[in-house]
Write a protein that binds this ligand. Sequence first.
Ligand code: FE
Ligand code: ZN
Ligand code: FE
Ligand code: FE
Length: 167
Amino acid sequence: MSLNTLQDLFIAELKDLYSAEQQLLKALPKMAKAATAPQLRQAFESHLKETKGQVDRLEKIFKKLGVKARGKKCKAMAGLIEEGQELAKEKGAPAVLDAGLIAAAQRVEHYEMAGYGCVRTYARLLGDQVAADLLQKTLDEEGAADQKLSRIAEFDINFDAQQADDK
Ligand code: FE
Ligand code: ZN
Ligand code: FE
Ligand code: FE
């Protein structure tokens, strides 16, 4: 596919995000299972629900554009998820592993925020206000998910991790 217009790039970037979200639908339940702290597990579970809604928003945009959602694999998200999964397999102090899961998850959220910020801006430039609003909604959710993880880390898990004995 050649990229001759901003619209071409808009579609290519949306496909990348669609692939990223599809991968996360599979990864988030595993992250939740790997988490020990109940509030962290719950954060992953509630972000899984939001992620389903984010997939719906992307599908709505693809439908309006008349293009297929598939066709591109987000390799970056595959790598980010792989790093999270590596961590989930590690043995160690539960709070330390939870802190590591948060670090992996926050990388994911920041990656998504970068992607959604770009496509939101393209949608505005292309005069597609409906798409811009949908993408802004998802961008806000990713930002809120990131902040929630920061709060869980700062007020709880990082402290517990610091107290953990090294065995
Ligand atoms: Fe997402
Ligand atoms: Zn990507
Ligand atoms: Fe890395
Ligand atoms: Fe997210």
